[in-house]
Design a protein around this ligand. Structure first.
Ligand code: XMP
Length: 516
């Protein structure tokens, strides 16, 4: 892999993504990893990321300089650029030329990285110190008002760096510069394609599971579907997929899993019909946290029941289901400090916290992938667009989109309204602009309306379209008025007992995406 050394700022993961967008595999590694840990990864190139501090600060994260002597191509960014300059005998100083935000980079005619690009380009900077003198043997290929040496490179040494952040969108040429380093200076080839990724993951899963039995909870979401499809390719029907229909799903979701997913993968699927049980347990409950707890608990019971069913008809005496497949993604792995991934677990939040006496080894085929890569692999495996292009939907389903207690009638109202909103947003071509659009029924609120000749006293439906990159923060999406108008007209005409449609124009924070 191309190793992106994390100096503790938030950029390393983004850089790894950008390298993969250039179709080269990359991973994030901690800056204090030992030289042996570096070597064990057999890196094709090393990228030193941005960091928080000055290279001269007492607590500055440092890098074992021996890493620069391994003969591996190196690219330095921001703090990583300065670290590299200092380690190779250049000069870094604070001369008051700090730059934060957009500035103009002026390229020279020399070198490979900026050849033929606009002479003056906007770039994104964030630095106090600046490289004053490049290391010997390196050509300086550009400057900014605050950094006399803002880029340098040595084709012979296969090393280069830039003071600005090429990985952010505010640096329009950034991806091109990074790609040139990878292809032209490091001499790497683009082989990280969906087909190669899928093949490699299928092999890995086969090795891990051997002739064991595995089980996978399908939620209807993208991640679990792609993880299951990969494992199915690897071990065939020694994988059983379990789908718990808790009755809180949206229109068409069960069919998507039972029909489209199975048709595309040939996976063995067990559906647990638990709608009545869930509804009974939720009866009279309107507190959001209580709803979530009940749903989590019932989910575990249903899943456990399914596991013993699978054992009943699949496994010989004494056999057990050894592996649990999870759709964990790379951002979760990096954010939780990056474990080794083969730990024997007793519980996991993704399936609602399984009880102590169920022991599985985890199979997490997507743990090195970003979301867009998961979608690409899913397409490669032949999963339909309705599944791979799907927007996030919370595990507790429509129950946390009914403000008030959950009843079958209310679920049916909400399902109709949600389907109309989805149909119209898709028809308007807005699916890529919208991260997700929860549709919420305010079941405890009524307002007066007029329809035909009569007075109505019905419920409002809230539309909550949001734009986001990761659901941690979000903005409300500016959906065109005509689309809102169509949705509103259809919902008030087609859904009995709904006489008002309102739009949620709150960002996150302060509002969360879901209402409960
Ligand atoms: P909030 O409402 O916290 O939602 O802004 C952030 C994202 O998480 C989803 N969400 C959940 N997903 N189980 C899930 O699998 C849950 O309990 C859950 N609650 C919220 C939500 O849809 C949004 O994408």
């Amino acid at each position: 892999p191309v190793l992106v050394v994390d100096f503790g700022a938030q950029y390393a993961q983004l850089i790894a993504r950008r390298v993969r967008e250039a179709r080269i595999y990359s991973e994030v590694i901690a800056h204090d990893a030992t030289i042996d840990e570096f070597k064990a990864k057999d890196p094709a190139a090393i990228i030193l990321s941005g960091g928080p501090a000055s290279v001269y600060a007492d607590d500055a994260p440092s890098l074992d300089p021996a890493i620069l002597e391994l003969g591996i191509p190196v690219f330095g960014i921001c703090y990583g650029f300065q670290t590299m300059a200092a380690a190779l005998g250049g000069e870094v100083a604070n001369t008051g030329g700090r730059e934060f935000g957009r500035t103009t980079f002026t390229a020279t005619d020399d070198g490979v990285l900026h050849r033929g690009l606009d002479r003056n380009q906007p770039v994104w900077m964030s630095h106090n110190d600046a490289v004053q003198v490049a290391p010997e043997g390196f050509v300086v290929t550009g400057s900014t008002p605050g950094a006399p040496v803002a880029a340098f490179e040595s084709v012979e040494a296969k090393m280069a760096g830039v003071q600005y952040h090429p990985e952010v969108l505010h640096t329009p040429h950034g991806q091109q510069v990074l790609t040139r380093f990878l292809y032209e200076i490091a001499g790497l080839e683009a082989d990280w394609t969906p087909a190669n990724i899928a093949d490699a993951l299928i092999d890995q899963v086969s090795d891990q599971i051997g002739d064991g039995l595995a089980i996978c909870g399908l939620s209807g979401g993208v991640d679990s579907a792609v993880a299951a499809a990969l494992v199915q390719r690897a071990i065939g029907d020694r994988l059983t997929c379990v789908f718990v229909d808790h009755g809180l799903l949206r229109a068409g979701e069960r069919e998507q899993v039972e029909h489209d997913f199975v048709a595309a993968t040939g996976a063995r699927l067990v559906t647990v019909d638990a709608a009545d049980k869930f509804l009974a347990e939720l009866s009279g409950v309107s507190d959001p946290e209580t709803k979530r707890k009940i749903i989590g608990r019932e989910f575990i019971r249903s899943f456990e029941g399914a596991v013993s069913d699978v054992l009943g008809d699949r496994a010989a005496d004494g056999d057990k289901v050894d592996f649990l497949v999870q759709g964990t993604l790379y951002p979760d792995v990096v954010e939780s400090g990056g474990g080794s991934g083969t730990a024997n677990i007793k519980s996991h939040h993704n399936v609602g916290g399984l009880p102590d006496d169920l022991e599985f080894s985890l199979v997490e085929p997507l743990r090195l992938l970003f979301k867009d890569e998961v979608r690409a692999v899913g397409r490669e495996l032949g999963l339909p667009e309705e599944i791979v292009g799907r927007q996030p939907f919370p595990g507790p389903g429509l129950a946390i989109r009914i403000v008030g207690d959950v009843t079958a009638d209310r679920l049916s109202m909400l399902r109709k309204a949600d389907l109309i909103a989805r149909e119209e947003l898709t028809a308007a071509g807005l699916d890529h602009q919208i991260w997700q659009c929860p549709v919420v029924l305010l079941a405890d609120v009524r307002s007066v309306g007029v329809q035909g000749d009569g007075r109505t006293y019905g419920h409002p439906i809230v539309l909550r379209p949001v734009s986001s990159e990761d659901a941690m923060t979000a903005d409300w999406t500016r959906v065109p008025y005509e689309v809102l108008e169509t949705i509103s007209t259809r919902i008030t005409n087609e859904v009995p007992d709904v006489n008002r449609v309102v739009l949620d124009v709150t960002s996150k924070p302060p509002g969360t995406i879901e209402w409960e």
